[in-house]
Write a protein that binds this ligand. Structure first.
Ligand code: GTP
Length: 328
């Protein structure tokens, strides 16, 4: 355990020692109280360094080609001399027993690249735990000097919202589709995207992919213009992860957008808002955890919860009663 002491890990992480980084991520994933205390101390020490990476969220439904894309995109970035970290958010991994990025055969070439660091999603039951772990792992990767941190998530439900709250740019990877399928894409997810990349724009699929790009481009134009976007964003572009086509263009668009946001204050403002959001989430979680430690409070919570569940009390009245008891 002395090897994991923050005092020892911090300088090694700052010197880009990958083993120290891996160990630190294990530390932030740990549920043990003494590990938590060490993790908090370590993160606080490293935060003072102020190192920043470009944080990119990447979402896409299974089968769209996420692994193929991340491998090709990651290799392109490391060929430019950039250091790339890949993290995953997969709240379903606890349930399925497997995890995205857990499979060693995924992204084989990228995982051997000395300028890349790939970390699978841990098996943690609830989204809150995954959120904290990922957010803290991002900070650790930044401190270790990574230029780009890619956060991958499966294209289902809440995990996208969660990832969007910790990244600078959000990229949606889509498959070539017919117009009907496009209608089924949730508006909320489209609204989150800065860039929609239609993958598999190669071979027989190319015409369908190009049509899908213009369908998405049309749909994006109908969305309300956001103040944090320059003219022309969000954009839809074709890529082929398999043939490594369109990736340079996609990267150029990402950096152009990030630079524009930096120049216009949106980049820092978004980070500040995210930091505040996560601080409040930590306080909320911590408060609830502390309350649950008290057996009397736990019993009262259960009792009032039962009353609400059976329809005997209204949720807001029961909550008011609970808060009154806490206050008194
Ligand atoms: N034609 C074509 N096929 C692709 C491309 N990218 C991926 N694929 C294929 O799509 C299938 C799914 O690719 P994966 O990279 O495993 O994608 P995924 O299911 O989103 O990712 P995982 O979450 O890793 O399972 C595989 O059969 C790939 O070979 C592409 O650019 N063009």
């Amino acid at each position: 355990m002395t090897k994991q002491s923050p005092a020892d890990l911090a300088p090694r992480i700052l010197a880009s020692d990958r083993r120290a980084l891996a160990r630190a991520i294990t530390l932030v994933e740990s549920g043990r109280a003494e590990h938590r205390a060490q993790a908090v101390e370590l993160l606080d020490t490293l935060a003072g360094e102020g190192r920043q990476a470009l944080r990119i969220g990447l979402s896409g439904t299974p089968g769209v080609g996420k692994s193929t894309f991340i491998e090709a995109f990651g290799m392109m970035l490391t060929a430019k001399g950039l250091k790339v970290a890949v993290l995953a958010v997969d709240p379903s991994s606890a349930r399925s027993g497997g995890s995205i990025l857990g499979d060693k055969t995924r992204m084989e070439r990228l995982s051997r690249d000395p300028n890349a660091f790939i970390r699978p999603s841990p098996s943690q039951a609830h989204l809150g735990g995954v959120a904290r772990r990922t957010r803290e792992a991002v900070s650790l990767c930044e401190a270790a000097g990574f230029d780009v941190v890619l956060i991958e998530t499966v294209g289902v439900g809440q995990s996208e919202t969660l990832v969007a709250e910790m990244v600078d740019l959000f990229v949606l990877l889509m498959a070539p589709a017919g117009g009907d399928e496009l209608q089924g894409v949730k508006r909320g997810i489209m609204e989150m995207a800065d860039l929609i990349l239609v993958n598999k724009a190669d071979g027989d699929l190319k015409p369908a992919a190009m049509r899908t790009v213009s369908d998405y481009a049309g749909a994006l134009r109908l969305l309300r213009k956001r103040p944090q976007d320059p003219e022309g964003f969000p954009k839809a572009l074709p890529v082929s992860a398999m043939e490594a086509n369109g990736l340079e263009k996609a990267w150029d668009e990402m950096t152009a957008l990030a630079e524009w946001r930096r120049a216009n204050g949106h980049f820092d403002q978004r980070r500040a808002e995210q930091a505040r959001h996560w601080f409040e989430a930590e306080v909320r979680e911590g408060l609830l955890a502390r309350l649950r430690q008290d057996p009397e409070i736990r019993a009262k919570m259960r009792e009032l919860g039962d009353a609400v569940a059976s329809g005997e009390s209204a949720a807001s009245a029961a909550a008011a009663e609970m808060l009154e008891q806490l206050g008194g």
